[in-house]
Design a protein around this ligand. Sequence first.
Ligand SMILES: Cc1ncc(COP(=O)(O)O)c(C=O)c1O
Length: 384
Amino acid sequence: MAIEAPATRPANPRFSSGPCAKIPTFELSKLSDAALGRSHRAAIGKEKLKAAIEETRDLLGIPADYKIGIVPASDTGAVEMAMWSMLGERKATMVAWESFGSGWVTDVVKQLKIDAEVKEAGYGEIVDFAEIDFDTDVVFTWNGTTSGVRVPNGDKIPADRAGLTICDATSAAFAQDLPWDKLDVTTFSWQKVMGGEAAHGMLILSPRAVERLENYTPAWPMPKIFRMTKGGKLNEGIFKGETINTPSMLAVEDYLLALDWARDVGGMEGLRERAYANLAAVQSFVAENDWIAFLAKDPAIRSNTSVCLKFTDDRIKDGAGFAKAVAKRLEAEEVAFDIGSYRDAPAGLRIWCGGTVETSDVVALMPWIKWAFEAEIEALSETA
Ligand SMILES: Cc1ncc(COP(=O)(O)O)c(C=O)c1O
């Protein structure tokens, strides 16, 4: 029996967790002011890079004495740069609850070979920060993109910590409040909540992080691409838009456009509310259907950007195959692109709910998920 398809389709079927949906008002023609074919070291290029830094500060409420740099290699570049430049001065605590956090553990333990305690939680959970020694350097991911969890707040990070906190906030920035006084190094990339282009990372340093850079030299060689100091002093230029190597001025223009849009929708508060409204639409759907659940059971740690779901129906024996088939069906209908769970994560769906996604699209997608689920269940009974 054919299951009737819902009447309404999402206007934009892009729910990928990175690169994420572009701003709803995006048009390529809006990038026509990009400083293309000009040197990024010319006044026009430098002004745009500086504007990207200062407008980021303004929107995210980053303190005036924190440094913000645009660095190579997206969020990964920013995290690596911080870890390779600052770790090793003292013991480290590596905290991981999903795939990306586990990647940072591998780097620190196997590549840098730093004395580190590793604290891990399974997919859908996080480590209790009360159990962490913040007199060590602590590396963690604020929002677990592949598991749909996030740190609820920074209350358990002591103000008088002796170590540095290094926080990969790539899928949290612009959607969740970040407690700047508790974060010494924060990173994100433009391709996530802002729907920007990849390639450039943002590296945000507290005064304590700068102090570490100026007073500690790691035992290992530092490639040019990671070098933030010159003669024992911070290379201040990096934090004024004098990038280490050549950036894409097209990507810069695109980020500036997204920042403009963010201001139009109410700045940080508007972005946060948009993400929460999207999460609420998924939450209502999950509450109405007993065959689907959040990977993150505890609402307090549930992400409002990378929303991860799992199928819980007993009739499903091959969870991975079933979830893949649902995602494929939705993609074939062009109602949802890229919503299969991450390759290392438990089987299910992952729906990006960051601010560039319209709530009306999330609402329209939900009945399609039910439709695809029912069609796949029916297919199971046909093959049984
Ligand atoms: C938590 C987290 N860290 C790091 C990355 C890597 O980001 P990029 O590819 O922008 O370097 C991602 C990408 O999805 C992520 O979600």
